[in-house]
Write a protein that binds this ligand. Structure first.
Ligand code: SF4
Length: 300
């Protein structure tokens, strides 16, 4: 067995023994919800999981699958319904992206999610990461899936760096491709296994190397855990940011049964300049509609 094959074997066995039981990971042959389109369920989970932890995603994902078990079901709803049911997941433009993708799948693919990474990537709002992830996890296609967890694990394990570069480099993509198992089924499991290792063990701030199945061969550990010497990593702030204010404005609109007068929005934030800027950006993003007489609602 080569070194890479041994690495595959170790991480895949660790994944089989340790992985979290997440509903969107149930394989096709055991899928327990016949009314829910499994590739759609995977696509929705992948979009929701971008920048949002599993614990926050799972209840919203379950709600979405009940309301909209197929792309056609979401396409028949309004974009505003998608934004309303997005709840407090954050980055709500993702709800609009999913609605646009559902509409394109319904109108351009007879409601069937294409089992082809290029066609997936051609859908509105679906980038290269999501297309590869849906290809791999919904259809078992051999695609390289490189998210932030995969990048961190491979940086430490192979490159010996504590953190990857701020944005994905060509060298990282080549490394991830070179590590991908040859067989389709192993490749799909490898992608999710490395993601899971990053999420549960090789965490950003505090890797739990004592529980890591590949600690003996980890380049970063063998090098004596050198400190990160690249650009300072950004810490996401929340309090006082436009993201917080946008969230507060949207919360009012999500809870309303009809158009909301400006006065009801004015009370959510003390700084009128920041509040107006955030409301304008929500309108520009298509998340809010401005109506005559200074009234606002989610998009119809
Ligand atoms: Fe990450 Fe530690 Fe495992 Fe290396 S040994 S891959 S740093 S958890």
């Amino acid at each position: 067995m080569s070194d890479v094959e041994a690495l595959h074997d170790t991480i895949l066995r660790w994944y089989d023994a340790t992985a979290r039981d997440l509903p969107w990971r149930v394989p096709a042959e055991q899928w327990p919800w016949p009314e829910v389109d499994r590739p759609w369920a995977v696509l929705v989970s992948e979009v929701m999981l971008q920048q949002t932890p599993v614990a926050r995603v799972e209840p919203v994902w379950r709600c979405w699958m009940q309301l909209w078990p197929t792309p056609a079901a979401l396409a028949a709803a309004s974009p505003g319904d998608a934004v309303r049911e997005w709840g407090r997941l954050g980055y709500p433009r993702r709800a609009l992206r999913l609605h646009a993708a559902a509409t394109a799948i319904t109108e351009g693919h007879d409601g069937v999610i294409p089992a082809n990474v290029q066609q997936l990537q051609a859908l509105p709002g679906i980038g290269s990461y999501t297309a590869a992830a849906v290809g791999a996890f919904a259809f078992g296609i051999r695609a390289t899936v490189v998210d932030v967890n995969v990048r961190r694990v491979e940086a430490r394990l192979v490159t010996g760096a504590e953190h990857p570069a701020p944005s994905l480099s060509a060298a990282e993509t080549r490394l991830a491709e070179s590590l991908l198992p040859v067989a389709d089924e192993d490749a799909a499991r490898w992608n999710v296994a490395v993601m899971e290792l990053g999420a549960l063990v090789c965490k950003a701030a505090s890797p739990d190397c004592g529980k890591c199945p590949v600690v003996d061969g980890c380049a970063w550990v063998l090098a004596g855990r050198p400190e990160h010497d690249g650009p300072r990593r950004k810490v996401q702030k929340w309090h006082g940011t436009d993201r917080q204010v946008r969230g507060k404005l949207l919360a009012v609109l999500r809870g309303a049964t009809g158009p909301v007068p400006r006065a009801d929005l004015d009370i959510v934030w003390h700084d009128p300049g920041q509040r107006d800027r955030c409301l304008s950006s929500l309108i520009e993003d298509g998340l809010v509609e401005a109506l005559p007489r200074e009234r606002f609602r989610l998009p119809a």
